[in-house]
Design a protein around this ligand. Structure first.
Ligand code: ZN
Length: 176
């Protein structure tokens, strides 16, 4: 590790400390050339691939960016940081499982939307309004519509089975 003071590539670790439950390590180092101390952080790179944007531009996948977007979507929603962590882990697992060095941003958006749909509908709509670039209220209405259709389909597929469609929908009698 290059010393930030004298640029020499000769330092010793004088202290290591695990942070965030072992997800990252903070190391204090001392430069053997000039004696100055500095800190480095080491963390596991869970996901590494290039994101291909709509414009065709490529940039390295950035977990911090995704986290910032999710936090924004979850503003004032009852979602904990731990839930966001778990969600990011699921998204990264799914994307890495594609085994591609380059992944279109639209594909990432789809995976994120699917996760949000399961977790929080308000956040889903917020994220979708940015990601899908809603032009007007009609776009928003369509997304909400898709959301309720999607959930209805999930209920139908996710049931114990054996129950036919339409069962249990007894009409309510009007009084007065
Ligand atoms: Zn130095």
């Amino acid at each position: 590790m290059k010393c930030p003071y004298c640029q020499q590539n000769d330092s010793s670790v004088i202290d290591s400390r695990e942070l965030q439950g072992g997800e990252s390590i903070r190391r204090r180092r001392r430069c053997n050339a000039c004696g100055q101390r500095f800190t480095t952080y080491e963390r596991i790179e869970l996901a590494s691939f290039m994101v291909v944007k709509k414009s065709g531009q490529r940039e390295e996948y950035n977990q911090q960016k995704l986290r910032a977007r999710l936090r924004l979507a979850f503003t004032k929603r009852p979602i904990s940081e731990a839930q966001i962590d778990a969600m990011i882990a699921r998204i990264e697992r799914e994307l890495l499982a594609l085994g591609q060095a380059e992944i279109p941003s639209s594909k990432i958006g789809d995976v994120v939307m699917r996760e949000l749909q399961e977790l929080d509908q308000i956040a889903y709509i917020r994220f979708a309004s940015v990601y899908r670039n809603f032009a007007d209220l009609e776009d928003l209405r369509q997304a909400v519509d898709q959301l309720s259709h999607g959930r209805a389909a999930a209920r139908r597929n996710g049931g114990d089975g054996g129950e036919d469609e339409g069962g249990g929908a007894a009409p309510q009698g009007g009084a007065g």
